[in-house]
Design a protein around this ligand. Structure first.
Ligand SMILES: *[C@@H]1O[C@H](CO)[C@@H](O)[C@H](O)[C@H]1NC(C)=O
Ligand SMILES: *[C@@H]1O[C@H](CO)[C@@H](O)[C@H](O)[C@H]1NC(C)=O
Ligand SMILES: *[C@@H]1O[C@H](CO)[C@@H](O)[C@H](O)[C@H]1NC(C)=O
Length: 260
């Protein structure tokens, strides 16, 4: 047998033995399987995060589910990211004093205090999932004192989301580059006026994406246009801002950085 034939055969056997599961098989189907499509399961029955995904698939319209679920191209990176994350292991540590372990949960992000080291990331169009759109997210973040980063492509305006903030609530605003430098700069100013404490500037969307899943619904099929978000462009935009202490985070890079 030629080696070039042998290896693909081995690979396909390995893949068949371990099929990709979007949600782990922890008995979700047995508990929710008989719920009619479109019915929300009782919150008390939700056992873990994967259950939310499973419920979303049954409750959202096919378009809305696709909108939140689609990944780049054939979704190989999406699958790899899910699997890679689950290869993290906890090192067992026993016979330790855990009486005050809950007090280690609160943290600071860019100097702001939060109750936990997790945040609601910038996800566009919450209105595709719920009629209250981003209001539910900003209020939930306030209630639990965790960070919320509204997306520029939210159903509600930056100002409307800001108006729904709780007492002393901190928001970081996500932004993509607008078609011209001046409109991007104007957007920065608007975000600053809204009271956001940081700008999360997306820099990894330099070209229209190509997503097979959303392509079936007629969008996200990419073209050959480019929209470069370079450091020199960003430095230029920042230098044109009024004197401000607002922090910028480059989103889409492995590291982040404050305003130069
Ligand atoms: C964050 O919490 C610490 C400790 O409780 C407190 O000293 C500090 O003033 C808080 N910072 C803000 C910005 O609220
Ligand atoms: C949110 O915006 C999307 C896209 O424009 C729209 O289809 C949806 O109906 C909106 N949802 C709400 C609750 O406004
Ligand atoms: C963009 O802003 C710069 C600096 O504020 C200004 O000189 C320039 O005229 C503006 N360009 C447009 C097209 O408005």
């Amino acid at each position: 047998m030629r080696l070039s034939h042998f290896f693909p055969t081995l690979l396909s056997v390995a893949l068949a033995a371990r099929p990709f599961l979007n949600e782990p098989d922890t008995g979700i189907e047995e508990v929710f399987g008989s719920l009619p499509a479109g019915t929300l399961p009782k919150l008390s029955l939700i056992a873990g995060l994967p259950d939310f995904e499973w419920a979303a698939k049954r409750v959202l319209s096919p378009f809305s589910y696709m909108y939140f679920r689609s990944g780049a191209s054939g979704e190989y990176s999406y699958r790899n990211n899910l699997e890679a994350f689950h290869r993290y292991r906890f090192r067992p540590r026993v016979m330790q004093d855990v009486t005050n372990v809950a007090s280690t949960l609160p943290t600071t992000l860019l100097g702001h205090n939060f109750s936990a080291p997790i945040f609601i990331s910038p996800c566009a169009l919450a209105g595709l999932a719920h009629p209250e759109s981003e209001l539910g997210l900003v209020r939930a973040a306030a209630a639990e004192n965790i960070l919320y980063m509204p997306s520029l492509f939210a159903n509600l305006s930056i100002e409307d989301i800001s108006a729904a903030k709780g007492e002393g609530q901190v928001l970081f605003q996500q932004v993509n580059r607008a078609p011209t430098d001046n409109t991007t700069q104007a957007l920065f100013r608007r975000i600053e006026s809204s009271g956001a404490k940081a700008i999360v500037f997306t820099v990894d969307a330099v070209a229209p994406r190509n997503r097979h899943r959303s392509g079936r619904f007629g969008f996200d099929q990419g073209d050959d246009s480019y929209d470069l978000a370079t450091v020199s462009l960003f430095t230029l935009l920042s230098s044109r801002m009024s004197d401000t202490d607002i922090t910028y985070i480059y989103s889409g890079t492995p590291t982040s950085s404050s305003k130069p």
